[in-house]
Design a protein around this ligand. Structure first.
Ligand code: F6R
Length: 620
């Protein structure tokens, strides 16, 4: 939610700021803006809409300066408008800042500041922070500080943020402190890129790719004081910190579209590679098990686990449901899959032997982070299954498993789901082999997993057939998605993909549950998508299809290669390779992702930037 960039160095800042904002646009695209500091003058350009509109605004008369900040917004407080767009100015223009997060006590702070004579122009919570920093700066100057002194500015930011309740990632410029950028973090991510005589700042590492390989992830309660010469990190309680400089492994290719029209399509087609990457180095053929480097739990502890909670949101929650079936089947450990937004406020009984996994692509989802922290606070080992290296969840977990899926830029999650399911299969194998799963069974699972990249390549060949299907159905107003056992979470995921990018109402259900209510929706205009590959209750799913057919509902089936029986019943069939039941989600999700993609495209929707959504949900 919201993307922040910043630059301090010898070069004009505008190029990096705009390029960085383009790369962060997946985090929000309600409005965008930049502010550049040039010899005692701050030039702010901001506009409703996309980064390209700000770029246009800057084209004819570019703002100059070698220090700057930028922002792309996902609106929380105040509608998307020019006036609510960041950067926001504080005081009489002596402070300008951008913000990602939510200030929960902004109403009371706003009243206080108004009574002190500050004027508000926007409806945002951010403007409060800008005025607050300006007020603190005035105070520091009264106490003898100099407006141009970085330490005076630092103290102003420190005192201002100590009054904030909520979450923030902030980048602040001071009119009278040339070449200074201050960043502060609580709950919203910020990464500093360390260059040669220049520094970059961003909400995630993607804008830094191609500029520097050395990064420092700012931690909660830390404030960075950045100039072109140097930077210092100060913890609000413990003072100056030694920066933990890490090497960035991303390449610019990871974030380029290449031959594809949209990131979502690119990421769908990357999935065979995604599975390869998630498996790499983790299959132990000799022991017929999986191996993980970062679980950080000793074998005795792992063997003692008597319950697992998987917590996540959205697509990651759907992957968790597949994980539940896998772990219970292979390892016989009871698993519950909890919405993180519920778990964080619930108080379920957890024994000492309960292990918690947070599943997340971004590693920044506010609810997942809070649920994980709550479990950790109660003393339970919390682990993360996470894609983004160095993200908050990855760093705060006691251990975990990285997805290695590379940057996922399309707002609708596709390859992260596939990587999550692959990693959960490995985890089930690993836990299973510590318990009841036999050596031959472990070997079999490894063989099946090794064959999956090719099976996914095969599944992707359905693209043209799915495109035709989309042409037939794209005007429908409601879709049902139905599946059973391992394909029930896939049905949920298919429905989520369709609704989030095409804005068509879609419901996912266990196929048999459909007759307890949703069947009332069925008519000649309402397609039902059945995920019906061969499984041990295949005949039962066929009966569920008959029930829809009897009510004249159009049926789209996702079936195994060569399944003629389904073809007799369904109006349209998309075939995927016949794989073992527990691996079916990896192949059946593909046609559903493609269906959502083609339908959205035909309806003229912005596939990579669906309305009202953002990639990383860092607010509650
Ligand atoms: C759907 C989607 C969201 C995310 C959810 C969790 O396509 O992308 O539902 O899955 O916001 O995000 P992460 O996995 O980053 O925690």
């Amino acid at each position: 939610m919201c993307g922040i960039v910043g630059y301090v160095g010898p070069h004009p800042a505008l190029g990096f700021l705009l390029e960085g904002l383009h790369r962060l646009e997946y985090r929000g695209y309600d409005s965008a803006g930049v502010a550049l500091l040039d010899g005692g003058r701050i030039d702010v350009r901001r506009k409703t809409g996309r980064v390209s509109q700000v770029e246009e605004l800057c084209r004819l008369d570019p703002p100059v300066g070698t220090t700057g900040i930028g922002h792309t917004r996902w609106a929380t407080h105040g509608v998307p408008s020019d006036i609510n767009a960041h950067p926001h100015t504080g005081g009489d223009g002596e402070v300008v800042l951008v913000h990602n997060g939510v200030i929960e006590n902004y109403t009371s702070l706003r009243s206080q500041l108004i009574s002190q004579g500050y004027t508000f122009h926007s409806a945002t919570d951010t403007e409060v922070v800008a005025h607050l920093v300006a007020a603190q700066l005035k105070r520091e100057i009264k106490l003898g500080g100099k407006a141009s002194d970085p330490q005076t500015c630092l103290r102003a930011v420190e005192t201002a943020v100590s009054q904030l309740k909520g979450t923030f990632g902030l980048a602040v410029l001071f009119r009278d402190a040339p070449g200074l950028l201050i960043a502060a973090r609580l709950g919203s991510p910020l990464v500093i890129g360390v260059g040669k005589d220049e520094f970059f700042l961003a909400s995630d590492a993607s804008p830094l790719v191609g500029h520097t390989e050395r990064v420092v992830y700012l931690k909660d309660h830390e404030i960075a004081v950045i100039t072109a010469k140097d930077f210092e990190i100060v913890h609000r309680e413990t003072g100056s910190q030694t920066p933990d400089v890490r090497i960035l492994e991303q390449t610019s290719q990871d974030t380029e579209l290449g031959e594809f029209e949209h990131y979502m399509l690119k990421e769908i087609f990357e999935q065979p590679q995604t599975v390869e990457n998630a498996l790499r180095g983790r299959l132990d053929e000799e022991e017929a098990t999986a191996r993980f480097g970062g679980l950080n739990l000793d074998p005795q502890m792992l063997r003692g686990i008597d319950r697992i909670i998987l917590t996540a949101c959205g697509t990651s929650w759907h992957a968790g449901l597949v994980g539940e079936y896998l772990i219970e089947e292979f390892a016989r450990i009871p698993v519950e899959v909890e919405y993180a937004s519920e778990l964080r406020y619930r108080n379920p009984p957890l024994s000492d032997r309960t292990m918690i996994f947070a599943i997340t692509q971004s590693g920044e989802t506010a609810d997942t982070l809070a649920a994980m922290r709550e479990c950790k606070r109660k003393g339970h080992p919390t682990l993360a299954i996470c894609n983004v290296v160095g993200s908050s969840i990855a760093r705060e977990a006691d251990g975990g498993i990285y997805l290695h899926a590379g940057p996922e830029i399309g707002v609708a999650s596709t390859k992260a789901f596939t990587a999550q399911v692959t990693v959960l299969t490995l985890l089930a194998l690993f836990l299973g082999r510590m318990r009841h799963l036999s050596y031959p069974a472990g070997k079999r699972i490894i063989g099946h997993l090794q064959a999956m990249p090719d099976n996914l390549r095969q599944a992707l060949k359905c693209n043209e057939a799915v495109k035709k299907l989309a042409e037939k159905y794209y005007q429908a107003e409601t879709f049902l998605y139905l599946g059973r056992l391992y394909n029930f979470p896939v049905a949920l995921e298919g429905a989520l993909k369709l609704k989030e990018i095409s804005y068509i109402h879609a419901e996912g259900y266990p196929a048999a549950e459909m007759k307890h209510g949703p069947i009332a929706l069925v008519d000649e205009e309402t397609p039902s998508v059945f995920v019906v590959p061969k499984c041990n209750i295949y005949p039962k799913v066929i009966s569920n299809m008959e029930e829809i057919k009897a009510r004249r509902g159009p049926i789209i089936a996702i079936a195994c290669d060569g399944d003629d029986k389904v073809a007799e019943l369904a109006d349209d069939v998309i075939y995927v390779p016949d794989v073992d039941e527990y691996l079916q989600p990896l192949v059946t999700a593909i046609p559903l992702q493609l269906l959502a993609y083609h339908v959205a495209k035909l309806r003229g929707c912005n596939v990579d930037r669906p309305r009202n959504l953002a990639k990383s949900v860092t607010v509650e």
